[in-house]
Design a protein around this ligand. Sequence first.
Ligand code: NAD
Length: 344
Amino acid sequence: MSHTVTLIPGDGIGPAITDATVRVLEAAGASIEWDRQEAGSASMEKGGDPLPRATLDAIERDRVVLKGPLTTPVGAGFRSINVALRKHFDLYANVRPVQTIMPGGRYEDIDLVMVRENTEGLYVGIEHFIGMEDDPKAVAESVMLVTRFGAERIVRYAFDYALAHDRENVTLVHKANILKCTQGLFLEVGRQVAEDYAGRVEFDDKIIDNTAMQLVLNPHQFDVLVTENMFGDILSDEMAGLVGGLGLAPGANIGDDAAMFEPVHGSAPDIAGQGIANPCSCILAACLLLDHLEERPTAERIRGALRATLEAGDDLTPDLGGDGTTGSFADAIITQLERDAASV
Ligand code: NAD
């Protein structure tokens, strides 16, 4: 069955890694028609709008998106289009699986999943300056928004995910010792939800700073982690670091009506245009997309070819210690897919 998927190449390294990803999916025989749309800085420069109506219409129509990273100006300028897309389509669950796929890293056999609340917390962007005397920016204030509804639906999502994927434990990460209302509510709701899953999925909770340290000391103690928006953003980058960096970490943004898949990393302006961006994170995000479309055998074929290419160590990009390019890395995965197909 053919699927139509909105493709947003994105900024910086985005067009290069999404192009490599499309080639790999085609070589694997994925039956996808790409509905190409624009967003982000490139779109802003071209048409004066970082999130054009045509892009929103396409997502409403297709309901499944593969998105490259989008640049967000730091400190000023337009607000994050990533956050806007997540909020507009109520993509409330940000799911970031982190697995060892590259041999020889700091840790072996890492298999963790971060479930991050994607629409609330500090990222709602309710913030302002308060002027005093002649300083218009004497104070900056930001609101951390946690609702009972939002907390309950993300923790429930984490437990349901654990059940569906044969996971044993959910750890709720919080800062309820200091932020007694916002984080206290998140923890209180989490404990209530956990009772519904008692005997089926184990539950514990940990304070965010301890969790950050424990992830480095002994990541194997964790299974599924669930937390609020900003903590999840930070911890998922840390978790990507456990398995070789941002170039190997995919992410899914899931809502009831739409789903958007993307690499965890950003637009990497420091290497944009050099042809050396690692496409793996985007390819793995596309595998999550194929899982979502119930095209699991195709996703597994691509994951297998990706693993074999990483093990062979040829054509890897510089972030993985090789001297390959985005294109040659994708070509190596495609060659491996062809080899695998020939050997069946
Ligand atoms: P970044 O993830 O773009 O880069 C961090 C570091 O990792 C850089 O040194 C970069 O070269 C490297 N890196 C990232 N992806 C790589 C890849 N595929 N291959 C090799 N190396 C890679 O983070 P940043 O520099 O903090 O952010 C740059 C821009 O991206 C900002 O505008 C930020 O807002 C945006 N951003 C977007 C998303 C998203 O679209 N979901 C996520 C994070 C950051």
